[in-house]
Design a binder for this molecule. Structure first.
Ligand SMILES: Cc1cc2nc3c(=O)[nH]c(=O)nc-3n(C[C@H](O)[C@H](O)[C@H](O)COP(=O)(O)OP(=O)(O)OC[C@H]3O[C@@H](n4cnc5c(N)ncnc54)[C@H](O)[C@@H]3O)c2cc1C
Length: 416
């Protein structure tokens, strides 16, 4: 089914009876050429690009629950490409370019909204490091602008500029950054992959792998054994659990990250804004809710829920930046399980088992990475070698010491 204006008009006069399911509910086959485990953003995008760009056939996505209920539908929806290190910047800029054409390509309204991302700085030293990052972005073909405080005052007159502890000195702005409706990304990729013949199998949990003579030949699931020539794992926060089934110990820790949404308010925040003196980011949804977040919970957990301690911490940062939001009432909060790698950068690689591939370590930033990650993982799965943009995201960098330590904070996952 194609979504278009004529179809919309037709259905308006047809009691909306003619809409087909966004994706089918196919019968599980006993054998696939390529199996993707995890029906989140990364798994679904991988399946879509495998079929569309790399012309692969006989593909299935196995999702243990319903698609869209993992991190892909739980994040704070921010997309951007404002990284410092070349390995990351080139990759995330590729992703941003894919976001820009995504809705036309997958024929789905994902509400891609390039409303701009502004990172505030609060000291001279921080300004210098932001300028350096901005230059790195420009070199990699991204857009970046330095805003002085007077310019910011015209856009956000209500920020606490006179805060003696954290005076706002300016900001690094990326106009092409913004937000995307998170769950529509899962639905959109599922819709497009389904149209190309990918089987999306929900409520199918993978419990183990069958490995024969060093080759992965299939997976054990709650629906029985499924044979496959290649298996790609994209299960985000569950990565260490899944890969432990083949005795892999990964440089990944799982932590909960929470998101918060206020009651609906009149439009007040035009873009995404981040506080540079604490971990706090905020935007306003089209429905009017203030959508914000901060740090991950400090302890390891696989529970998809958070606690009140982090709420207090996030609200402290929010009020230091924007006292005006103190009167807004909180409507909803939820948590997602983050796959925090040791250097803050992802892993898209083969494993020591032939035919078994891994996509993980997305930390705070895996939503914006979805298109590029799907593309590069599909490249690896179909061709057997890495796409140039993801060849540095290898597993052995943690052994060799060639870390992609974007924040320069070393092997401390809770800081990434
Ligand atoms: C609160 C919050 C805010 C965030 N904000 C942002 C942001 O603003 N910008 C940004 O870029 N990123 C953000 N992120 C990060 C981003 O959401 C994640 O990095 C990204 O979504 C992870 O990839 P995914 O979509 O594939 O994960 P998921 O949607 O979690 O997909 C993994 C899937 O694997 C399935 N699965 C697990 N185990 C199995 C199994 N054994 N068998 C079958 N299926 C299995 C799960 O059910 C799940 O559906 C945020 C995350 C959270 C939680």
């Amino acid at each position: 089914m194609n979504y278009n204006f004529i179809k919309l008009i037709k259905e308006a006069f047809n009691n909306n009876d003619g809409w087909e399911k966004t994706w089918k509910n196919p019968t599980l086959k006993k054998h696939y050429d390529i199996l993707i485990i995890g029906g989140g953003g990364h798994g679904l995008a991988t399946a879509y690009y495998l079929a569309s760009e790399f012309k692969q056939k006989n593909i299935a996505v196995l999702e243990k629950g319903d698609i869209g209920l993992g991190n892909v539908g739980r994040n704070t929806t921010i997309i951007r490409s404002n990284y410092m290190l070349n390995e990351n910047e080139a990759f995330y800029e590729f992703s941003l370019k894919l976001w820009e054409g995504l809705e036309q390509q997958i024929n789905y309204n994902a509400m891609v909204s390039q409303r701009g991302v502004l990172n505030l700085f609060h000291s001279d030293a921080q300004r210098d490091s932001f300028i350096r990052r901005g230059n790195s972005m420009l070199i990699n073909g991204a857009d970046a602008e330095l805003y002085n405080v007077n310019k910011i005052k015209t856009i956000y007159p209500y920020l606490d500029y006179n805060n003696a502890r954290f005076p706002i000195k300016g900001g690094l702005f990326q106009k092409r950054g913004g937000t995307v409706r998170h769950d529509a990304v899962a639905w959109g990729y599922a819709h497009a992959a389904d149209k190309l013949g990918v089987d999306i199998i929900q409520n199918c949990e993978v419990n183990g792998f069958k490995v024969t003579s060093g080759n992965c030949v299939g997976v054990e699931t709650n629906k029985g054994f499924i044979k496959a020539k290649k298996v790609g794992c994209a299960v985000a926060g569950s990565t260490s659990i899944l890969m432990s089934k083949v005795n892999m110990t990964l440089p990944i820790e799982s932590h909960v990250l929470q998101a918060y949404v206020s009651e609906s308010l009149k439009p007040i925040i035009p873009g995404v804004i981040t506080f540079g003196a604490g971990h706090f980011y905020i935007s306003q949804s089209d429905k009017g809710g203030l959508v914000f977040g901060g740090d991950i919970d400090g302890y390891n957990s696989y529970a998809q829920r958070g606690g009140m301690d982090n709420l207090e911490d996030v609200c402290e940062s929010g009020l230091a930046l924007m006292p005006i939001i103190g009167k807004a009432r909180l409507l909803r909060m939820w948590g997602g399980i983050m796959d925090m790698s040791m250097d803050g950068s992802p892993i898209i690689d083969k494993t020591h088992i032939n035919g078994l591939f891994i996509n993980a370590g997305w930390c705070y930033g895996g939503f914006k990475a979805i298109p590029a990650s799907g593309w590069c993982f599909a490249h690896l799965l179909s061709k057997g070698y890495s796409h140039p943009l993801s060849e540095n995201f290898s597993l052995d960098r943690f052994k060799n010491g060639y870390m992609i330590d974007e924040k320069g904070q070393g092997a401390q996952p809770n800081l990434h």
